[in-house]
Design a protein around this ligand. Sequence first.
Ligand code: GLC
Length: 543
Amino acid sequence: MEPHGLRAVGSHTSLSEMDDLDLSRALDRPRLKIERKRSFDERSMSELSRHDSPRGRSVLDTPLSSARNSFEPHPMMAEAWEALRRSMVFFRGLPVGTLAAVDNTTDEVLNYDQVFVRDFVPSALAFLMNGESDIVKQFLLKTLQLQDSEKRVDCFNLGKGVMPASFKVSHDPIRETDHLVADFGETAIGRVAPVDSGFWWIILLRAYTKSTGDLTLSETPECQKGMKLILSLCLAEGFDTFPTLLCADGCSMIDRRMGVYGYPIEIQALFYMALRCALSMLKPDGDGREVIEKITKRLHALSFHMRNYFWLDYQQLNDIYRFKTEEYSHTAVNKFNVMPDSIPEWVFEFMPLRGGYFVGNVGPAHMDFRWFALGNCVSILSSLATPDQSMAIMDLLEHRWAELVGEMPLKICYPCLEGREWRIITGCDPKNTRWSYHNGGSWPVLLWQLTAACIKTGRPQIARRAVDLIESRLHRDCWPEYYDGKLGRYVGKQARKYQTWSIAGYLVAKMLLEDPSHIGMISLDEDKLMKPVIKRSASWPQL
Ligand code: GLC
């Protein structure tokens, strides 16, 4: 393995060099819009006409409505903007975030009256795309201040870099002032710290910088320090033998026990993306140089590991099926000692001849074959997936549309856990029963990530088809948090209504389709200097 296969991208000046759609081009909106629309559509049409599925159905067989000009504003857009604005939270007069939900149909608020870091991401992107960057800047600054507070569970302190899962603004009527109260996991169900928050914070800082061209925020000593603190939690050397990040169950969007402990794909993909975003913003002064060096090495090892060991396609599945076990020493083919008997039956049926995905988790004698939407979409956006792998993920989505999208985009994971497996893995969680919530439920918020991945891979037609499904129901159902059932037909049993990220996710998807140049905010180009991945079938026996 070559340790220095990556380009050293050290300073903020590289932010625009690194990405395909740089700021100066993005400023040239009207012309750009027409050019990009044409090129994406053309690529997509030729792509799709070549890629008909074996079942004879292609994404060109979309409902009639998708043939309409999707650049017309849909009436749902205005309602979504209104609802998004209603969710805005103010701190001493300035907007600092959006509530997780503004559901007036229930008294059971739980913690949905807080600003969640992960939930705010689509809101932030919608505001940025609409030229409203102030709320995003204030959010970044306030959460950065919160990072500084003491975090403790009983008598144990969390690392300094941990970013909050959520916060709320509390008003003191006597002193007539606001103050912020954060949750770092110490009051959350299961008491798990949100590993994803810090990564989203870095990703959002880059999106803000990229969208506004305002380099002064990311260059402040406070932001530079904030990034370093987040990353120091992940880059410290220890007992790890893998470049992936070891996590507790429930430390990200799936914030309950769901068998996502170990090395979950969602965290690995966000980790990779955050590392790349940080690399484009960190200044190489003081200890910055050392951090940059560590990031560069980690990115190299991480992409190698993920592209090789997490990738599953027909060929790879067949190889694992024939694995020998109990191999010892450097010559081992089955490095993690995965037992072929542990391959679940469903995956043989599910895997198309063309297509593939990053599996949910890989660890010692452990391969979680479930498909997770967020991790796979972020892998495309961050270019953790090679261009071939990105195309294969989109192929799989097309081939397995009924399973992964059904009647409501998008399944958070597939398939669900049921019976004995559900009892053991979720600990009998009544909220995560089969095909519900985190256990195979359908989450409209994931539409924005799907759409972004479609645009990045030049296949917006797929996204339009998903948007059509959303437009046929979401607003009628009052913007639920999630849907239940194998096809995602039923509004989720305990779903909030007017869930902010369902609303913002829809807006982001629409604006991305309308002006694909927005993709530059949340997408990173392939790092061309990264050593190309060796073809799976050829590489496996030699690794
Ligand atoms: C639920 C979701 C989590 C989300 C939160 C607020 O706990 O699992 O991902 O951040 O609600 O919407």
